[in-house]
Write a protein that binds this ligand. Sequence first.
Ligand code: AMP
Ligand code: ZN
Length: 177
Amino acid sequence: MVTERSGAERRRDADGDGCVFCRIAAGTAPATTVYEDDTLCAFLDIRPIARGHTLVIPKRHAGTLDDLDTALGTRLFSLGHRLAKALRRSALGADGANLLLNDGRSAFQTVHHVHLHVVPRHNGDIRTFTTGFLFRGRVGRRPDPAATAAAIRAGLDRLDAEAPTTPSDTEDKEPHA
Ligand code: AMP
Ligand code: ZN
């Protein structure tokens, strides 16, 4: 059942008071960071569905997509896209990824600061993926987060070292006729 948000909840969602992801973005709460720039931050999910499960957030608080600047939303997805490509190029050896954004309580958003999940997938991983989804980081040996983040960063470096392959990658760099 979806419950109405109280006035206090709406205010908290809007301004980020007590928001754990705001604290991570500010560096005052612990996180294993994968990527950071002026406006975005990517870090490992504390209860991963699969090794390398990463969350991409805007540094500035936005509770839901309704509160998120459209241009920032574009950058958020663009970083998720880059991370999906980096995971393929990383030692995690992903074959694909699930990108997911739960927008609002009705969509099972539990942390009310917009975040994009990037979950690495491997061919034939349905059993481990399902177990990971059901038990969320509680099954088996937890992978070393520092090593996982380093592997993803190395994947990003590999991606950056590749020649641009899409028109949008080249459009700013090619001389205009
Ligand atoms: P959602 O259901 O889309 O709101 O997912 C929230 C995600 O945030 C879950 O996958 C949690 O495991 C993750 N999460 C919550 N707190 C933290 C934290 N302090 N550091 C990293 N991930 C977190
Ligand atoms: Zn926040």
